[in-house]
Design a protein around this ligand. Structure first.
Ligand SMILES: Cc1cc2nc3c(=O)[nH]c(=O)nc-3n(C[C@H](O)[C@H](O)[C@H](O)COP(=O)(O)O)c2cc1C
Length: 174
């Protein structure tokens, strides 16, 4: 498919059928993440793949709202950045998240970005502390976000090119 069409069709999917994401699709999604650009080619990311239902259900409680779809997801990829490796781990991990999200969509797998960095957990503490306690990742690996994955039970409309906000674009001078 043409790349611009893939960008138009990419949407956040929060509702899943319960069917498993094929292992080959998951592999390609992770490959897309591992192929991402990164500052000085540091590749500071770690991808923690979770498929156990009980763990996914606990992960859905890492934030008061916004993470609930993880309870129904078939899989989650927790994206962690090594802050000791580079000062641009946030940018690097964001690119990896975006690439995996787009790859999932292109393969017919639904996915949604669940923000982790700078977010609070219910009842005090951060979403990062909550997930570190649950999943056991070390202190120098910082939480960027979680990509929830599942076979889509909804199909939001693609975005039409004639709805794009061109007032966001300036040329030569602001
Ligand atoms: C940095 C970032 C953080 C996001 N955090 C969440 C989140 O915590 N929970 C959620 O359901 N969606 C989250 N989203 C998805 C956005 O809500 C979604 O991209 C936006 O509403 C536009 O819809 P679309 O992705 O279908 O185009 C996030 C997206 C980005 C890029």
């Amino acid at each position: 498919m043409e790349l611009l069409r893939i960008f138009q069709e990419r949407r956040s999917i929060r509702s899943y059928t319960g069917e498993p994401v094929p292992e080959e699709a998951l592999k390609q999604i992770l490959q897309a993440g591992l192929l991402s650009a990164s500052g000085r080619a540091k590749r500071p990311w770690t991808f923690l793949v979770v498929r156990e239902r009980e763990t996914l259900q606990k992960m859905a409680r890492c934030r008061p709202a916004g993470a609930g779809m993880l309870a129904q997801a078939d899989c989650a990829v927790v994206v962690l950045g090594d802050e000791e490796q580079t000062d641009v781990w946030v940018e690097d991990c964001s690119i990896a998240m975006a690439n995996m999200h787009l790859m999932a969509d292109a393969l017919g797998v639904g996915s949604c970005w669940v923000q982790g960095r700078l977010r609070e957990a219910p009842g005090g503490g951060t979403a990062e502390e909550f997930l570190r306690d649950l999943l056991g990742f070390p202190e120098h690996l910082r939480l960027e976000a979680v990509l929830s994955l599942g076979m889509p039970a909804e199909r939001p409309e693609p975005r039409a090119l004639d709805t794009l906000d061109w007032s966001k674009v300036h040329r030569e001078r602001y």
